[in-house]
Design a protein around this ligand. Structure first.
Ligand code: MN
Length: 326
């Protein structure tokens, strides 16, 4: 997943804040980079909110028919200072990165890539299923971990039944289940399914902020309606999450985490701490990879992708500033 927005901080989206403290955030449509632009629904970041715990980016897409490979075709592009977390409802994506990882991801499995100080990767959908439908999330790495070595992990999540709900915990620990993928701040992510009309109460960590990434059917969260494709956010302090399927069968992602507590500067595919750091990473990507893909630098090589790396967009004509930490 590659972010092509030049200046996402200038976009304005409404946040509806309920008396319970639940925020409802609207999605916006953004084209992904690559030969054919797949439209994604972005719910984070936006002006009203930059982070949920350390989660800093949420793109949902599909269902989109996959009559040929490459419905999603994101050429090699860099990341720094973040993790990418790929979760599919339907379809299959072929991942390649500069650690040498080459991994298919399918429904029920998570691909987690820790960029650390620098990585590059490509993502191409296959024709293994008739449609592509899923979510990509990013976490911001804390300062203590963001200079570390890049790492790729893949895991098939266990299925947990709680009342009428079926969950798959794919990041962190929840409900007695632990995903082994590496986290650097307290985090959780799970897919949750509920039959039409059903509801569930789940234990929450009062130190976590939580997000409900709603798919095609609407949900109710802590008594607040969250429309299809929106993001519901519960501030820290909740000890129970109450989630209900108000129309058809519900499928959502529940994400959560301890507040990051560090200002971040996000631009394109980089999460840093200053404007100058972002400028330096952009220059290294352009000079080491876009101009001469054989030069082994910070972002090394991706083997096996048939095509050129994705050039960085131009920087906006202003100094990038840290985002408000919420
Ligand atoms: Mn990416």
């Amino acid at each position: 997943m590659s972010n092509l927005e030049r200046d996402p901080q200038e976009l304005v989206c409404a946040a509806v804040l309920d008396a319970s403290g639940v925020e409802v955030l609207e999605p916006r449509e953004v084209p992904l980079g690559g030969p054919r632009a797949l439209l994604v629904r972005r719910t984070l970041p936006q002006r009203a909110r930059s982070l949920v715990g350390a989660w800093c980016f949420i793109d949902s897409y599909g269902p989109t028919p996959t009559p040929r490979a490459g419905t999603m075709d994101t050429p090699p592009h860099p990341h720094t200072g973040l993790q990418t977390v790929s979760w599919l409802y339907e379809g299959e994506i072929e991942h390649r990165d500069s650690t040498g990882a080459h991994q298919l991801v399918r429904p029920g499995q998570v691909n987690l890539m820790t960029a650390g100080r620098g990585i590059q990767h490509s993502e191409v959908s296959t024709t293994a299923a008739r449609a592509l439908h899923g979510v990509q999330l990013w976490t911001a790495l804390p300062d203590a971990a963001r200079g570390g070595a890049p790492l790729f992990e893949h895991h098939e999540a266990d299925v947990v039944e709680v009342g009428d709900a079926t969950l798959r915990v794919f990041v962190g620990s929840w409900l007695g289940f632990t995903s082994p993928v590496t986290t650097y701040t307290p985090l959780v992510a799970a897919e949750l399914r509920l039959p039409a009309g059903a509801s569930v109460e789940l234990p929450a960590d009062a130190g976590f902020e939580y997000g409900l990434v709603v798919d095609a059917e609407p949900a109710r969260l802590q008594g607040v309606d969250v429309p299809a494709h929106h993001l519901g956010v519960v501030p820290a302090g909740a000890e129970v999450l109450r989630i209900a399927a108000t129309a058809g069968p519900l499928r959502v992602l529940v994400i959560g985490g301890a507040p990051l507590g560090e200002p971040i500067v996000m631009w394109w595919n980089f999460v840093g701490r200053s404007h100058d750091e972002i400028v330096a990473w952009r220059e290294r990507w352009q000079s080491d990879v876009v101009a001469d893909a054989d030069r082994a630098g910070l972002f090394a090589h991706v083997e096996g992708y048939d095509g050129a790396p994705l050039p960085a967009p131009e920087l906006p004509n202003l100094r990038l500033r840290p985002r408000e930490n919420r």
